[in-house]
Design a protein around this ligand. Structure first.
Ligand code: ADP
Ligand code: 5GP
Length: 200
């Protein structure tokens, strides 16, 4: 009777260490209609990170070439490194009816919002700033200086979070994942995203 063939563009932001990556991985489990966009970055790979899977790890020169060729749907500089979303794979996946998650920081997310207001913008909050520090330090992937820089940036990002559509608190991964699934289901059912089939 009604159908919604186009996938949702989901933008998920939140301070570094809040658990965005963990929650996105949990969302992908048992979900073949959702994909996560693989970003380009000039950051050095962490131990275990794979080129083409976690990120496309590029030199600054190559990254700037992608900007010049207009290959990125958004990009930003975060704590000294460039990050950006290759446009073509995102648009292709949406056309195929997949939900596409962009796990990106605030400046880039707000650029996407101005160009794709039909996207769904979710900000993931930590239960407390103390817990955010614990998670960032506990992950053990950044130096002490970089942890401090990311925590300072976190405060500025949280101040911008009111520009998003939804807050999700990542207290437990299970609850945060379930909250995001609820948001996806509700957004997919919005009248303005659905068409009546030809029979009407
Ligand atoms: P982000 O992608 O936002 O930078 P990560 O997904 O890498 O964050 O998570 C940061 C750290 O916090 C990781 O060590 C992860 O295992 C842990 N973590 C994520 N979610 C939770 C949670 N709900 N409770 C406790 N630890 C968490
Ligand atoms: P990390 O270095 O911890 O992997 O990522 C640092 C920050 O960059 C995180 O907030 C992450 O969401 C963000 N990020 C990752 N990919 C992109 C991207 O393509 N564009 C933007 N604007 N931010 C990104």
């Amino acid at each position: 009777m009604v159908e919604n063939k186009r996938g949702l563009l989901l933008v998920i932001s939140g301070p570094s260490g809040v658990g965005k990556g963990t929650v996105c991985n949990a969302l992908l489990e048992n979900s073949d209609d959702t994909v996560v966009s693989v970003s380009a970055t000039t950051r050095k790979p962490r131990e275990g990170e794979i080129h083409g899977e976690n990120y496309y790890f590029y030199t600054e020169e190559k990254f700037k070439e992608m900007i010049a060729q207009d290959e990125l749907m958004e990009w930003a500089c975060f704590c000294g490194n460039y990050y950006g979303t290759p446009r073509t794979p995102v648009l292709e996946a949406l056309k195929q009816g997949k939900n596409v998650i962009l796990e990106i920081e605030v400046q880039g997310a707000l650029k996407v919002k101005s160009k794709y207001p039909e996207g769904v913008f979710i900000f993931v909050l930590p239960p407390s700033l103390e817990e955010l520090r614990n998670r960032l330090e506990g992950r053990g992937t950044e130096s002490k200086e970089v942890v401090e820089e990311r925590l300072q940036t976190a405060i500025k990002e949280i101040q911008q979070s009111i520009k998003y559509n939804y807050f999700v608190v990542n207290d437990t991964v299970e609850q945060a994942t379930s909250d995001i699934k609820t948001i996806i289901n509700a957004e997919k059912a919005r009248v303005e995203r659905c068409n009546f089939k030809d029979e009407f």
